[in-house]
Design a protein. Sequence first.
Length: 267
Amino acid sequence: MRSQNSLDKKRIARSFSRSAEHYDEFARLQKTLAGELIESVSALRISPADILDIGTGTGGVAFLLGTKFKDSKILGCDIAPGMIKKAIHNNRYENVTFEVADAENLPFADNRFDLVVSSTTFQWIEDVAKAFSQAKRVLKPGGYFAFITFGPKTLSELKQNYKIAFGEEAKYLHKFKNMREIQAILKATGFAVLKLSSNTMREFYPDFRAFFKSLKGLGALNASPDLPKGLRSRTKMNDLIKLYETNSRIGKQVYATFEVIRVVCRG
């Protein structure tokens, strides 16, 4: 039996597929972090022949890699067919290709890639240890693995205001792994962790509804386990909105915190 906080792969694939058409409209933070990931890879001063982008979404990171590494072959994969369809539609790079694949069961040969990257994907993976193990398997010995993911302080305002409104924890929100947990899993998998850091960033929205619409537009909210009936109640939802717009506001905007964990390691 699945726990209340467990992730359903089919639900995630459907949710992100549905969000694919409008994903880029809401992915402000994701675009910023994609740029940061490319900068961290650039700092390695490597010339990888084959690169894998896990959780490529609509292809943002893969396209940046295609520009940065013009002589490399870049393969972007994602569990959501809708995202891959959109990425293929957007693709203007001869050295970039895409295919549907599950990060926990990558359909690629051992020791195939010189570099494996991922941006804001691993927080949606149920068995992170298995995903890291797969990344290690497809990476050539001595190859690099660089990724960005979200930590447990992410959406802290939503969790806090929900608890006040409902008198209980927001159990429907996925519990992200912290930096120490991620480090331990990587070491157990056999990676040498070269860089590991965490900080919080705030995203601002005109109001709670715009914030909530953004989460839905990114596919993140619908990828979480079933929402409790209370959250679908108009009265309870209105209580949450009022609390959020009172407690999590600066000036005319409300904000949401995201904990960003950045990792660079070597196989």
